[in-house]
Design a protein around this ligand. Structure first.
Ligand code: PRP
Length: 211
């Protein structure tokens, strides 16, 4: 089922507020990214397929389940790295395939610098991890790469999106699923999400350069 899912949950709303706060230090910012990524992944993985499996408990046999699809986590470097561990904690059997993209500061266009997807044998479900969906350029580029790889189901998990970015992804990849904690109304003249949270990569890795 394609579509945009802005996940409504009081824990998400509270953690997102701390994430936005400009006084939140990198150590707490990273923890908040973890919590929000877990909550978003819980919602985004509700339709994963599983198969029946029998399990021997200390008392008797019981019917259980195991995932029946190959799941790939696709963090977009750098900021997406902050979401890998919490999602891998939920899906320990997932494969992690990194995509390196940065946004040119002048043009705001994505620039590719790393991709090592193996030819053939695409995963069944890919979860793109990137805290920010601003113009949508990076997400569209990643979706295009995964389409070329042949992934049948792609879910984009972003902590925060912009209306413009969400619309762009929906238009260019109508079969994708977009999971966000909140969609903000604007982009400023530097293509930053407003009100947003600043630059997630810099806040995660403590690389804000002060004048
Ligand atoms: C940010 C963010 C997304 C992208 C979103 O990355 O993490 O990847 O920009 O913008 P878009 O929707 O307009 O493409 P950035 O280029 O700052 O790189 P970083 O993660 O290395 O900081």
């Amino acid at each position: 089922m394609s579509g945009v899912f802005e996940v409504q949950h009081p824990l998400i709303a509270c953690h997102l507020t701390r994430l936005r706060d400009k006084t939140t230090p990198p150590s707490e910012f990273r923890q908040l990214v973890h919590r929000l990524a877990s909550l978003l992944a819980y919602e985004a993985t509700k339709d994963l397929r599983s198969e029946s499996v029998a399990v021997q408990t200390p008392l008797t046999m019981a019917e259980g389940h195991r995932l029946s699809q190959r799941i790939g986590l696709i963090p977009i470097l750098r900021a997406g790295l902050g979401m890998v561990d919490p999602v891998l904690e939920l899906i320990p059997t997932a494969e992690v395939w990194h995509l390196g993209l940065y946004r040119d500061e002048v043009t705001a266009q994505p620039v590719r610098y790393y991709s090592k997807l193996p030819p053939g044998r695409p995963v069944d479900v890919a979860l793109i991890l990137d805290p920010m969906l601003a113009t949508g350029g990076s997400a569209v580029d990643a979706l295009g790469t995964l389409a070329e790889w042949g992934v049948p189901h792609v879910k984009l998990l972003s902590l925060i999106g912009s209306e413009e970015g969400v619309k762009r992804v929906e238009t260019e990849f109508p079969n994708s699923q977009i999971y966000v904690c909140q969609i903000d109304p604007d982009l400023n003249n530097r293509k930053f999400i407003v009100p947003g949270l600043g630059d997630a990569g810099d806040r995660i890795f403590n690389t804000i350069v002060h004048d």
